[in-house]
Design a protein around this ligand. Structure first.
Ligand SMILES: [Zn+2]
Ligand SMILES: [Zn+2]
Length: 259
């Protein structure tokens, strides 16, 4: 039986993918990728994500403001997000979070923007998709009071070590593993993949970024989530089919994607 997969994080509105989306979706389907969650990073891309989800049966959307574009969210922006989030194929608020690696916006601004959107996710009963880079300590501290009220929480492109993973798992969150797991020096990520309870694992591409081996350095696309699933199967010493079955079920649960 062919493995059925869900790419839980892709940016289908980015030009690398959008310019020939039909071929991208066709290759995804041939690789067994049934559904794709396309992710908003600002109001414009959130609108595009919602439109894509409206046009394609197997695409779902998230809406949110990425930490790179963080700013104090005024009433009008919040209302726009709220309206977009009301679309029937919007499955999460995201990607939201803290990025102290690039530090493109002042940290207090990132924190406030993050907090406002976590509150929105809680209020709307939606899952939140978190982008966290070199900021896990502040992330855990800020999100902890909301963990019970969120529908689900997903740490996308999980880059923390096992100690961070344990703390995130204790809050009930899912860990989403990207193509970087295929890179030879990703030892901390390998440990997380081996030890994470199978019901909390998700897979993603973060396309068009972070293509897995053997496409490293090229544009990534949802079809390549298969290579990530294969690597996870190898690391966990189980069959690809088992990884596919679990991560697909987990994605349906984390995002409320129907069967
Ligand atoms: Zn991200
Ligand atoms: Zn992303």
């Amino acid at each position: 039986m062919e493995a059925t997969l869900i790419d839980t994080h892709a940016h289908l509105d980015f030009p690398e993918l959008a310019r020939d989306l039909d071929s991208v979706l066709d290759r995804a389907s041939r690789a067994g990728v049934r559904e794709i969650v396309t992710i908003g990073i600002d109001l414009e891309s959130s609108r595009k994500a919602v439109n894509l989800a409206g046009r394609h049966e197997r695409i779902y959307a998230t809406v949110g403001i990425h930490p790179h574009g963080a700013r104090r969210i005024d009433h009008a922006t919040l209302e726009s997000l709220r309206r977009l989030a009301g679309g029937d194929k919007v499955v999460a608020i995201g990607e939201i979070g803290l990025d102290y690696y690039r530090d493109r916006q002042p940290r207090p601004v990132q924190q406030e923007c993050f907090r406002q959107q976590v509150e929105l996710a809680c209020e709307l009963g939606l899952t939140a998709v978190f982008h966290v880079r070199d900021a896990h300590e502040d992330f855990l501290r800020l999100v902890e009071p909301y963990a019970d009220k969120l529908r689900r929480g997903v740490l996308h492109c999980f880059s923390g070590d096992w100690a961070v993973a344990e703390a995130a798992l204790a809050l009930g969150f899912h860990l989403s593993i990207p193509g970087t797991v295929t890179y030879p020096r990703a030892e901390a990520q390998h440990e997380v993949v081996r030890r994470c309870p199978v019901e909390r694992l998700l897979i993603e591409t973060d396309a068009p970024f972070l293509a897995p081996v053997p496409f490293r350095g090229k544009d990534n696309e949802p079809a390549y989530v298969l290579y990530t699933a294969q690597k996870i199967a190898q690391l966990r010493g189980c069959a690809l089919d088992e990884v596919a079955r679990h991560t697909t079920r987990n994605a349906r649960d984390a995002f409320g994607i129907p069967h």
